[in-house]
Design a protein around this ligand. Structure first.
Ligand code: SF4
Ligand code: SF4
Length: 213
């Protein structure tokens, strides 16, 4: 077992536990975005950063494991300011049409934007523009709302054992898509919908047929 302190709380957890898991066991809230327990633990988005006494920079709590005597701070001014900037940068390349988005009110990105008061975007500039794939009978993909967290990719691959989607291209053109960028309708997707369930934004959603009657 490993003894450490998180926000002045004494915590004892098994060796190999991440700081994030230790904090959750101690009732300390650390925000996450790309993290999906046991499925996508990659430390990509950096929303879960914390400060560890005696170390330079921030530790990514979803992948950094605990160490004996570690003293962790999850809520310092530095941490909160850094999370604000990270979120602002993520949202700077997002469609920001919450008023009409089907996931409004049920969106992890929107919840974090409200929590961290990211209301005006400081990083205004060029945005990536992607086509919308609504060819399949049940799933709409709008990557103008994608934050490249890869939760959908990991879920399709590790949970559903399908691997219909992955990240393609680089830089501004980076996008979650299929082999040769085909529509979901034209690849081995089974339309199970688990990628929608995993998505923290409105980039993936079910197709509505309400107006078809
Ligand atoms: S609907 Fe299922 S099979 Fe298709 S991309 Fe999503 S998770 Fe993979
Ligand atoms: S589609 Fe959703 S789950 Fe997939 S990478 Fe984009 S934001 Fe993440």
């Amino acid at each position: 077992m490993v003894n450490l302190k998180i926000d002045d709380k004494k915590v004892v957890v098994p060796e190999g536990t991440t700081i994030l898991e230790a904090a959750r066991q101690a009732g300390v809230d650390i925000p996450t975005l790309c993290f999906l327990k046991d499925i996508n633990e990659v430390g990509d988005c950096r929303m879960c950063i914390v400060e560890v006494e005696g170390r330079r920079g921030f530790a990514t709590s979803c992948i950094q494991t605990v160490e004996e005597g570690m003293v962790v701070h999850t809520n310092t001014k530095n941490v909160l300011e850094a999370r604000h900037v990270i979120l602002d940068l993520i949202i700077s390349n997002h469609a920001k049409d919450c008023l009409t988005c089907t996931r409004s009110g049920n969106c992890e990105l929107q919840d974090l934007a409200i929590k961290f008061n990211v209301l005006d975007n400081e990083f205004v500039g060029e945005r990536s523009v992607h086509k919308i794939d609504d060819k399949s009978p049940s799933i709409v993909r709008d990557f103008n709302k994608c934050i490249l967290c890869r939760r959908c990719v990991a879920t399709c691959k590790k949970v559903q054992q399908i691997g219909a989607i992955d990240c393609i291209d680089r830089g501004f053109d980076s996008c979650i898509s299929t082999t040769y960028d085909h529509s979901l309708n034209d690849v081995n997707c089974t339309f199970c919908g688990q990628c929608i369930e995993a998505c923290p934004t409105g980039a993936l959603h079910e197709k509505e047929n309400i107006n078809d009657v």
